[in-house]
Write a protein that binds this ligand. Sequence first.
Ligand code: AAT
Length: 367
Amino acid sequence: VIPGWFSEISPMWPGEAHSLKVEKILFQGKSEYQNVMVFQSSTYGNVLVLDGVIQLTERDECAYQEMIVHLPLCSIPNPKKGLFSRNMPRYHKVEYCPLYPSPQPDNLKHWAMSKVQAPYAWPLEDVVLVIGGGDGGVLREVSRHSSVEQIDICEIDKMVVDVSEQFFPHVSIGYKDPRVTLHIGDGVAFLKAVPEGTYDAIIVDSSDPIGPAQELFEKPFFESVAKALRPGGVICTQAESIWLHMHIIEDIVANCRQIFKGSVNYAWTSVPTYPRYVILRTPFSDCVISTKFVYLNAIGFFNSSGVIGFMLCSTEGPHVDFKHPVNPIEGDDSHCKSNGPLKFYNNEMHAAAFCLPSFAKKVIESK
Ligand code: AAT
């Protein structure tokens, strides 16, 4: 038993735990949706925890945020080069805001009216939607792409946004990009109200399928995503660990093969602190941070699956070959001025991400 450590246990991975040494608890709060905690660890910098699950650490967040963004965005052509017909109707973000947090029939009527005028009044632009990702790290990575002209984000929990601004400035820097519009609301409801063919790419940076993110892993949600994308548009969604969650991955792949008629691929990356649950017991305070979890007297060994995957799909339309990116970011360093250099993603990592171990390949290809 080592007091002063965080340990993660979950019925999702019985018989294992992952512990991080705590230097200091920086924040503990309860939002409308989840328990929110930030602590300073000895070896991974500041750590954001939601409902007992590590969402990001300063040390390894690059491995996740860079991959979940550049795998899809480097795979679609730069619209400024005119490879796509840009005649899809676009929505205007100012019109969109009144719909949330709860879309009402009246608002929808208002929306439908505004859509009629849309294609003529609005600029042709590459539009990206982020669901979840309230910390801003995914925004930071999307903002490296100059081809993107509008970035919407729908995060359910304002507390995540605020906490990130306070304790993760290198992550929340993503909000500084003027192309970003933040919507606070449920991503499922948000997408249902999105007009068909609105987005070029949708990135689902979601927490695990327990709690507010549950529906983000279900078939109706993927159907809304497919509708909201233009032909040949892409989705990249957080798709758990091949070591721990093959059953979840199987369901996601099966649903996506039915819904997305373009490409369907699984990729993965290495994130030492994913995917994990955290139970708090420290010398400063003994508290259970979520009623869902029980105390664990921390055990001082490190044990983590250390990998997380992504489901990448495209809708019917111009073919997207995720394994051979057409819009590489490497070699163009203009994006580094405000965001710093890429730490993890490069062309080789992109290609390697789609190589699967035999046991996972067999299951994923059979779906
Ligand atoms: N950027 C890496 C961190 C995350 S955060 C996931 C975010 O999804 C959280 O901020 C959470 O509040 C938000 N979220 C959860 N459900 C919804 C929803 N229904 N609509 C909108 N936002 C939502 C990802 C960590 C991955 C962890 C893997 N174990």
